[in-house]
Design a protein around this ligand. Structure first.
Ligand code: MF3
Ligand code: CO
Ligand code: CO
Length: 275
């Protein structure tokens, strides 16, 4: 065994072993398969409560554990964030600015699912839509997905976490939209949230150096207007302060010798905002 594996770096980041990639692969695949199954529910009148119940049932049917049910008092198998909700939208609650939790045409919807498979955490979110979308909403979703993939392209040993943030921020701001600072990605593995905080903005060459065996999420939130957020009185739902639309995509990744492995790619090829 290479003695540099199975340790914690000076930045507090766990370095996992080669065999651990199989655990993350299974967890990430389960999260992605469940997200693939949600697409047909994106219809006018379907409620976020119904979508979460579907996800909860699917997690149970597979004999898996939802990481979010019971997490810091959270009681749902997903977060469902519609339009100007940035993240942590609570399924079944009224959609902010609306009298119910039912979807309407033109909604853009982030669904975030984390499952535990044999002790490994797979965390992913993607955007869905109730078609047709306005061109500016479609563009926001596309830019956000591109930003995530630019960040992932910066993942390789020797690069830094600042390189990831810089790649994301440059793409987002080049498209004249803004990247949220109030939430970040995170290390994960046999735990849900671990060091480091993975910022979606930053300077190239700064921050901890990436090493083979690190597992973390990248999950940029991108706003059509200003980047500031506020959290509603339910203590979870985060919205854009200016009520502009917000989008997010999230992958769980592992650093390999030459780059990275994305654990949460859609087996059906659906992880892309063209539906
Ligand atoms: N899945 C979210 C993340 O990307 C965390 C959700 S925690 C919850 O880290 F309690 F809101 F579900
Ligand atoms: Co996450
Ligand atoms: Co997540």
């Amino acid at each position: 065994m290479d003695e540099t594996r199975g340790r914690i770096t000076k930045d507090g980041i766990r370095i996992y072993e080669d065999a651990d990639f199989a655990g993350m692969r299974a967890a990430g695949r389960a999260a992605a398969e469940i997200l693939d199954l949600v697409s047909p529910l994106m219809q006018v009148g379907v409620t976020t409560g119904e979508i979460d119940a579907f996800i909860r049932d699917e997690v149970e049917r597979r004999g898996l554990i939802s990481a979010t049910i019971g997490y810091r008092g959270y009681q749902h198998a997903s977060c469902i964030s519609v339009n100007h909700v940035v993240c942590h939208g609570i399924p079944g609650n009224k959609i902010p600015g609306r009298s119910s939790d039912a979807l309407v045409a033109g909604d853009i919807v982030n669904i975030d699912v984390t499952v535990v498979v044999d002790g490994w955490f797979g965390d992913s979110s993607r955007m869905y839509a109730v078609l047709p979308l306005k061109p500016f909403a479609q563009r926001l979703v596309t830019v956000t997905h591109e930003a995530l993939m630019r960040g992932i392209a910066a993942v390789k040993p020797g690069n830094t976490f600042g390189d990831i943030g810089h790649a994301i921020q440059t793409h987002v701001e080049g498209a004249r939209v803004s990247v949220v600072r109030d939430f970040c990605g995170h290390g994960l593995g046999r735990v849900f949230h671990a060091p480091p905080n993975v910022l979606h903005y930053g300077r190239a060459g700064t921050g901890a150096v990436l090493e083979e065996g690190m597992f973390f999420t990248i999950e940029p939130m991108v706003n059509l207007g200003r980047p500031e957020t506020k959290t509603l009185s339910d203590d979870w739902t985060a919205i854009t302060r200016d009520k502009s639309l917000s989008a997010q995509f999230e992958h769980s990744v592992g650093v390999t010798a030459t780059g990275c492995e994305i654990f949460t790619l859609s087996p059906a090829g659906k992880f892309h905002p063209t539906w």
